[in-house]
Design a protein around this ligand. Structure first.
Ligand code: NAD
Length: 524
């Protein structure tokens, strides 16, 4: 999975060990990468390798139920948790930015965010547009590793989408992997094409090269009819966002040589970018932050109304989190797409009553091009993930699948993150910044038998703004793997249920009662 993260078809910049999300890396440097591979290939079944920010630092004798790898990435003590301090330490070679699934080796390419993005746009459609995006135009920016899912998620919901990116290569890459339909050569051409699609209620996505800080205000000024506005540029890291007036080719050197000046310019641009988003909000559009911290950066850039629109979790996703639902994913180590097709069929058999899941699996099978190892994502909840995981393990054991399957999830999950601008924004009890939950999540997954467990800081929204944990299990078909999977995939989404019960969400309390999640404070 480490190698898969860095496969040229998967990683955004494999030569620099960067997988996605600005500078999210899989290993600290190349010597660390080689040491990781050497250690992983010689590790015994009762040993555990410890990884400190992308570098293997020790191997200890543990036991068969213990994870084979424990990972801690990018963590800093509270008062030191700033990008400036992080970069100073990074320059000294002491840390690396692990994002969420880059440094924890469970990135599966743009598909990894696709279903979440699809569900988010489906929720927008349900809330505002009668259940479909047909006849609507969505404006967004950022067509990178994760942001590239947006155009396909919009067209899967029947809508038209205009996506702005400063980097033509990123747009081309999404066309090649079928996430984006076409790239226009000018803004005018793009606008004509998407306006026609909107009028004719056709699903179509169009990319155009430009800086969002320039193009968003320009579209607002022109009064273009836009129904939905969001953004997924790499705003979580001001040194990864390209400021207005800076040439794409010059940006990396400029950011490296004058980080403070670059940061100020990036934040000033984000302030303009977000001001235009608020302009669209005032004009009646549905506007939301898609988890990249752009509101926080725009506020630092001096724009006072940056938080006028909500983040996507409180707006659309939290009810799913209350049921322990989140981005469950798996990859076929055989490399054979037929193995994923077989698991797709198994999921449909396991949950015949879930229509939206069936629609997703069908659309994904038809429209998602695999990057690297064939993989699938689908959002499953408490009481569902363990059933899917044990079934996959049985399929490996019986020989129905050709090789083991790796089962994991994004760190963006129901009970594994503290992130006040994203997963825990506007919690009912105000507990947004309480970070005990992701730590408990990592501990319980370690205690339950996950194959590798990780604790990261700063993923998604940037240094100082989040703490989150991940787990991955290897389904190798053995009885012991089955037992581990059953426990991990029950307890891991169970964290989402208890986290939301604790915060006072009634629907989570109902899930706990009906599905038997034990809540000590509710017992007499
Ligand atoms: P990425 O680095 O692969 O892509 C970022 C893209 O933004 C690049 O294509 C870049 O050219 C473009 N860009 C930068 N500045 C721009 C500007 N001024 N105008 C137009 N385009 C610009 O990052 P990614 O993996 O796609 O992630 C994007 C953001 O989403 C990150 O902040 C990441 O942390 C966040 N994220 C959100 C979620 C979620 O679930 N909502 C999940 C993962 C990541």
């Amino acid at each position: 999975m480490l190698m898969n993260n860095l496969d040229p078809d998967v990683a955004e910049r494999p030569d620099d060990l960067v997988v996605y999300g600005g500078t999210g890396k899989a290993a600290r440097d190349w010597p660390s990468y080689h040491a990781l591979v050497r250690t992983l290939t010689t590790l015994a079944d009762d040993e555990t390798m410890l990884v400190q920010s992308g570098r293997p630092v020790g191997v200890f004798r543990t036991h068969e139920w213990a994870p084979r790898v424990l990972i801690a990435n990018s963590n800093l003590v509270g008062d030191w948790s700033t990008w400036t301090e992080f970069r100073r330490l990074e320059r000294l070679g002491l840390t690396m930015y692990g994002q969420m699934t880059a440094g924890s080796w469970i990135y599966i390419g743009t598909q990894g965010i696709l279903q979440g993005t699809y569900e988010t746009f489906a929720a927008v459609a349900a809330k505002r547009f009668g259940g479909s995006l047909a006849g609507t135009l969505t404006l967004t920016a950022g067509c990178g590793g994760m942001g590239g899912a947006q155009p396909l998620a919009v067209t899967m919901n029947g809508g038209a989408c205009l996506v702005i990116d400063v980097d033509p290569a990123r747009l081309q890459r999404r066309v090649q992997t079928r996430y984006l339909d076409t790239v226009a050569s000018t803004l005018d051409e793009a606008l004509t094409t998407v306006a026609n699609a909107r009028r004719e209620r056709r699903a179509l996505s169009v990319g155009v090269v430009g800086n969002a800080a320039t193009v968003f205000p320009e579209l607002l000024r022109r009064g273009v009819e836009i129904d939905i506005v969001t953004d997924q540029t790499s705003a979580h890291d001001p040194l990864a966002y390209v400021p207005e007036g800076v040439d794409l080719a010059d940006a990396p050197d400029y950011a490296a040589s004058k980080p403070d000046e670059y940061t100020d310019r990036a934040r000033a641009s984000m302030a303009k970018h977000v001001e235009a988003m608020v302009g669209f909000l005032d004009a009646g559009a549905e506007v939301f932050d898609y988890g990249n911290s752009i509101r926080g950066e725009a506020q630092l850039g001096g724009y006072a109304r940056a938080f006028a629109f909500p983040g996507f979790v409180p707006a659309y996703i939290r009810p799913l989190f209350c049921e322990g639902k989140g981005p469950f994913r798996w990859a076929a180590l055989s490399g054979d797409p037929a193995d994923i097709a077989a698991t797709d069929r198994a999921v449909l058999e396991l949950f015949p009553e879930n229509e939206s899941l069936a629609r997703w699996i069908k659309l994904a099978g038809e429209r998602v091009a695999f990057q690297g190892l064939p993989a699938r994502i689908c959002w499953l909840g408490y009481g569902e993930r363990d059933r899917a995981g044990t079934r996959f393990n049985d399929m490996v054991g019986s020989g129905e699948l050709k090789a083991p399957v790796v089962i994991g999830r994004d760190h963006l999950d129901c009970g594994s993150v503290a992130s006040p601008y994203r997963e825990t924004e506007a919690m009912a009890d105000g507990s947004d910044a309480i970070a005990d939950w992701p730590l408990l999540n990592a501990l319980v997954n370690t205690a339950s038998g996950a194959s590798w467990v990780s604790i990261h800081h700063g993923g998604g929204v940037g240094i100082g703004r989040s703490i989150h944990a991940g787990q991955v299990c290897v389904a190798d078909g053995t009885p012991i793997a089955r037992e581990k999977i059953e426990r991990v995939l029950t307890n891991d989404p169970g964290m989402g249920v208890i986290r939301h019960v604790d915060a006072g969400y009634e629907s989570a309390a109902d899930v706990a009662t009906t599905r038997g999640v034990r809540i000590p404070m509710g017992e007499s």
